[in-house]
Design a protein around this ligand. Structure first.
Ligand SMILES: Cc1ncc(COP(=O)(O)O)c(C=O)c1O
Length: 391
């Protein structure tokens, strides 16, 4: 028998892709499904950005480029972060990679040893916990509670720090809850990191998808960049999930290590795609504004609708494009609810437990879908739940 690596048993998966595959199978059998499971904007990539990518291909930018990103792209990223986070960042701090996910993977790989502890949000984006476990380190769960707006509790967080803690992962606006950390929360995290000599991995992929308030980054705190890994990318803000473009802002030494990992792994990010990145970050931003305004309308539709369904209650998310609804009063577990929604209502959504054990009792609906479909989904859920009650 050929062998597989033992560490694979610690590697998780992302159930959004599994649920999508199941939903597609049901559709192939003729069932109508409303897709509220996958986390990607339903808008086209803005035309000016696509055209920049096409032009780059036509101009012959189809060869290898430097592993940490093209110098011009790193410069654009550094300027963008300097402007949006109000901090001086240079191209030496910037590394371009094929998505935010490789940034997360490579950054944890470059900073964490087996046996170390990493504090991760729960419910949270599953990749953090999965990668930490895969590398033989220990994920320590930071419970984000609904009654706290899905932000961490300072007292609880402080108790999680041990001599083995090496990193705290934060994600604001957050997937799956839509929670947003305040400047005060970030100050607390930063102080904890300084006092205990920790890294902070700050996943800011939803930084531009935020409603009614200003985005706050830990990178804006003077001195924080020495120990902060800012993760951002093009997937969500510019509706570019398939282009695979992300970037890290890190201390120059870590940027060099990330580049060395890139050399040994994917060599470089697609060269022509980096031209699209440069157009996205420097060109007109109207499409982003339009998309965020549209997401806000949809958020209100889905949250108001969910709150009218008996047994469901849902906090208003402050950012990202997910509604994280409490379904405990339906008497179903998260997994039972998600299965009922799919099989009986034709609504694809994700059990909260896909985001960690503290996701039990919740279901994530992505509202990257039309208002019409969102209203239809609410109606279907209402009907299916009423039917379930009569049985
Ligand atoms: C919190 C978070 N971080 C990172 C990513 C990955 O983004 P990318 O497409 O850039 O790899 C996602 C995508 O769902 C996400 O929700």
């Amino acid at each position: 028998m050929v062998q597989y690596s033992d560490s694979l048993s610690h590697l998780g998966t992302e159930s959004a892709f599994e649920v999508l595959a199941y939903a597609k199978r049901l559709e192939a059998q003729g069932k109508s499904i409303i897709h509220l499971e996958i986390g990607e904007p339903d808008f086209d990539t803005p035309k000016n950005i696509s055209e920049a990518g096409i032009k780059a291909i036509q101009d012959g930018h189809t060869h290898y480029s430097p592993s940490g990103g093209m110098p011009a792209a790193r410069e654009v990223v550094a300027e963008y972060i300097s402007k949006t986070r109000n901090v001086k960042v240079t191209p030496e701090n910037a590394v371009v990679m094929p998505g935010a996910k490789p940034v997360i993977f490579c950054s944890i790989l470059a900073t964490i040893n087996p046996g170390d502890e990493v504090i991760v949000p729960d419910p949270g984006y599953p990749t953090y916990e999965s990668v930490v476990s895969f590398l033989g380190a220990k994920p320590v769960l930071m419970h984000l509670r609904e009654e706290n707006g899905f932000r961490f509790s300072t007292d609880e967080l402080k108790k999680l720090v041990t001599p083995k803690t090496r990193m705290i992962v934060i994600n604001s606006p957050q997937n799956p809850t839509g929670g947003v950390l305040t400047a005060k929360d970030l100050e607390t995290i930063y102080q904890l990191a300084v006092d205990n000599n920790l890294w902070v991995l700050s996943d800011e992929i939803y930084s531009r998808i935020i409603y009614d308030q200003q985005f706050e980054s830990i990178a804006s705190i003077p001195g924080a960049l020495e120990r902060t890994i800012v993760v951002d990318g093009m997937s969500k803000t510019y509706s570019m999930t398939g282009w695979r473009l992300g970037y890290a802002i890190v201390p120059p030494k870590l940027a060099q290590y990330l580049t060395q990992i890139a050399i040994n792994n994917f060599s470089c990010t697609a060269t022509f795609a980096q031209y699209a990145l440069m157009e996205a970050l420097t060109g007109p931003q109207d499409d982003v504004d339009h998309m965020v305004a549209e997401f806000k309308k949809r958020r209100d539709v889905i949250v108001d609708g969910l709150n009218q369904v008996e047994g469901i209650s849902c906090l208003k998310p402050l950012g990202a494009f997910y509604a994280f609804a409490n379904v405990t009063k339906t008497g179903m577990t998260s997994a039972e609810f998600a299965k009922m929604a799919m099989d009986q209502a034709g609504v694809a959504c994700l059990a909260g437990t896909a985001f960690g054990k503290y996701g039990e009792g919740y279901v994530r609906f992505s509202y990257a879908n039309s208002v019409e479909n969102l209203k239809d989904a609410i109606g279907r859920l209402q009907k299916a739940l009423a039917g379930a009650k009569q049985v």
